[in-house]
Design a protein around this ligand. Sequence first.
Ligand SMILES: [Zn+2]
Length: 703
Amino acid sequence: MKIFSLMAIALGLAGALPAAESGKSSPSFNRAPLQPKPYAELPLGAIQPEGWLREELQRMASGMTGHLDEWYPEVCGARNAWLGGDGDTWERGPYWIDGLYPLARLLDDPKLQAKAQQWVDWTLTHQRADGYLGPVELKPEERTRPAPRGAQIKNAGDWWPRMVMLKILQQHYDATHDPRVVPVLDNYFRYQLKTLPTAPLYAPDNPQGGTYWAAQRGADNLMVVLWFYNLTGEKYLLDLADLLQQQTIPLTTWFENGQVLKLQGAKKIGTGNTEDGPFHGVNLAQAMKTPLIEYQRDGSPRHLAATRKGFAAIRTYDGQPYGLYGADEHMHGTGLDRGSELCTAVEMMFSLEKMLEISGATEFADRLEQIAFNVLPTQVSDDQCTRQYFSQANQVVCSVGDSGFFNAYAGKSQVYGLLSGYPCCTCNLHQGWPKFAQHLWLASADGGLAALAYAPSRVTTTIGGGQTVSLREETLYPFDETVRFTIESPAEFPLHLRIPGWCAAATLKVNGELQPPAKAGSIAIVQRRWKRGDVVELSLPMTIRKSEWDQRSVAIERGPLLFALRVEETWSVVPPAAPATAPAEAGDRTLRECRPATPWNYALLESKLQNLAQGFAVVRSAAAGKTYPWNLAGAPVELRTAAVRLPEWTTPKNHAGCPPPSPVAMPANAAAETIRLIPYGCTTLRISGFPWINEAGSLLKNE
Ligand SMILES: [Zn+2]
């Protein structure tokens, strides 16, 4: 009875809001006065991942993503305050659901959908009368038993953890059009508009206000407000958007001034709106979308220019060959032994997905694939049961011990475990692959469909003009150069296909007929009346490229993949150090260490680097397309080249240390060997930033 009346109220309120009456939310290319977007997300459920990507998602369902409530019950179990319990009130429960929710929909898995739904239901049915959403901090006298060990129970009123739940509610509405969502968000956003002037995003001394996390991650809040404005057209949301923008770090200005990024060793970044010390790497990944989210409000070209300047500065001061930056947890420079947090990978991916929709700039899709296909697969074990907190570009051992990171976490931040290092990543990693799958296909503003990142999939959706279209995308990309699309239902629409920035000789055929040439870094658009069975074949020749990194080391790339030295692995298990923090029923808390079983200290030869096509042989594995690709056994493609071992390059502390500055002198009695480079995403141990030897110079010196 009570449930019935709550629903009736919800429906009544929803009816009061104009656009919600239509029951349609997406795709939306922005309502005036927002700047129009060229691309928009399709409803959750339109895209079905296939091939290796589907297997990846199924492994997630069998691993941590499908079982975090059971394996990490002290935070994600029934006592979590987002389920009405007396436990964790902060980000980690919503983090998990932000990935579990889309995974459950993509796999059409009712059991996982039910797990995620409990969190949505509790949130939607426990809003405070004034609009506040989510748990509140319990007073000591309200507790009948101690909070679970390891639960975050302070700062429940911080604006930040609510931002994660807003992302979940947006996905839930797009997937279901649940009529409860609109009135709850309307109440919450009106509450924000009323409350933020006196309790802003950053107000450390005000229990009603937020922390620096909220001020640095405010774009997540703003993004959902703009989505809700597109849905409802309520003008107060534009006022709220302006208020949130004023209280969020001004990243466009900071990038323009070069302020954020010269941060190694910096003590302060010059505003009261930030923490002391170097910028936090995950905050930067989340904040990276801030300029373009704000662009939708004012239309200024400075936001895109500042974003590009920001990425260039990251490359200079902290850049790493896999497309992210040294930040273990804080910005820590270009050394190839610096760590990169798993949260940074998944948050940067989500930022890039949103930046791509708003700008249509293919460079963001190139960056998105670079992270998805290189660093993301390495940081989670194949069985999806353990993960790393930090990974390294040159990672030659993963064991308990000092690795020279900014935050050390008792030397356990590099080993694989459920909770090794710090547990944020255990909960946040789940959004990586599902949201990547959800952004493989986008609606285009001209009434068509766009494939701006590539992986095997099928899409069925309604496009502009109300036609239902269905396409299948078959490919072994990123390991293969060909992507084949088959039209499965007749319709007339433009098909948008990204030509990556690294691809100078792309060709496009429709039913075998060559189309006009498409430039690198552009979007090819094929407009026609499609018939069932029409085939579009996109060929993306992958030449080998090199780039320079710390100590003048060299990284080798081919297409979207970074290649790294194949190092055979010896795994061992370490018992958990502090079992007292885990409930008896919790999942496996052992740590997994990995040590090299083959040499790693190789230098490349300059003669091979001078002519990459001749110096590196591409060898395709017979297993390509038949096995799970992201490990040593399954690596679908490898490069072979000659290299020389450097006996002086050893492992100080627990890591490879910096490679010696290049060019390196040829060691005495050196003999060239053939080495195998495999995709970075297939490795656990590796060298990806190689020193190199100038053989001619060395010979002269020897004479
Ligand atoms: Zn994390």
